[in-house]
Design a binder for this molecule. Sequence first.
Ligand code: GRF
Length: 221
Amino acid sequence: MADARKRVAVLISGRGSNMAALIAAASQESFPAEIALVLSNRADAVGLDHARAQGVSATAVDRRKYASKAEMEARFDAALREAGIELICLAGYMQLLSATFVKAWRDRMLNIHPSLLPLFPGLDTHARALQAGVKLHGATVHFVRTEMDTGPIVAQGAVPVIPGDTPDTLAARVLEVEHRLYPMALGLVASGRVTVTGDIVQIDGAPADPNAAILSPPDQG
Ligand code: GRF
């Protein structure tokens, strides 16, 4: 039913390619969420124009116009409530949100991070993955908690690390997975199939294939 779709806001700071993937997924009427609002902490975020071109209301809230981060976040919160937002997706939102804001949206705010958490929280994940010599890397969608890049994991996507990879080639491979993973994870949450118990997410009716191992390098057999 169209009116049962969850109203979602996407928070961005820059390019917004994950935001674009979420908007594209939500343009399907069968998708259980609609992207009702895009907010940015930067007026020059490229993603704002794309959102507007897709008919999504998009607003920049400039931190410098507010006396404190708390006041800026109060503005965010007001915009979110005015728009009747039920879920938030952080998508390349590069400002740490306060504990007050995070608690207000507990279990209703998702983030996408470009690593297989809990490995490599923070910045420069692809360079750090190469340096660590991991053979699998990827992306994680998780509920947001006050500590950066922590919180119950909803979904992960893995890619192989290939000999000769640079941080850029690896980032591009991970980004393709992000664009599939985030809409899928949001769809699961918005359809009410996700339950959070402590640090663990349970997904109703998720198919489980115990033989679906990903080997990197592939089996030489
Ligand atoms: C993505 O790699 C995301 O995982 C990370 O920041 C990047 C944002 O890219 N949090 P985009 O703005 O969605 O293109």
